[in-house]
Design a protein around this ligand. Structure first.
Ligand SMILES: [Zn+2]
Ligand SMILES: [Zn+2]
Length: 122
């Protein structure tokens, strides 16, 4: 475990806000000002490869990183981009066997999009 890796994991753990690579970079630079963007991007990629982090396409245009690789769904605000976890057993796939077209389903991402309380009251 390199210091860079540890710092990046710490950012993801500290405030579980599903950051983009750029947001990780900004935060990690508070503790390691010399860290290059390439190192941060590569490390995130490596962590994803080894399954310590999951990369998510939340429909917001950028890849978001989640330290929680367990089964859960996401609530995404299309107003402000806020992301929240929802306990949800995505392993019990909602697809019926006759609807999988012979695919062996190994993963399932469930994303609920809408407006958070702050945005919907605006
Ligand atoms: Zn919002
Ligand atoms: Zn999550």
């Amino acid at each position: 475990m390199t210091p860079q890796r540890r710092a990046i994991i710490q950012v993801l753990l500290d405030d579980h806000f599903h950051p983009t690579a750029e947001q990780v970079l900004t935060r990690v630079r508070n503790v390691m000002p010399d860290l290059s963007p390439a190192t941060v991007y590569n490390t995130l990629h490596e962590l994803e490869e080894i399954g310590m982090v999951q990369g998510l396409d939340l429909g917001l245009g950028e890849r978001h990183y989640d330290i929680d690789t367990g089964h859960h769904a996401h609530l995404v605000c299309i107003g402000c981009g806020r992301v929240e976890d929802v306990p949800y057993d995505t392993s019990s796939t909602p697809l019926l066997p006759e609807h999988t077209h012979g695919f062996q389903v190994v993963d399932c991402n469930i994303i609920f999009r809408g407006y958070c309380p702050a945005c919907s009251s605006r």
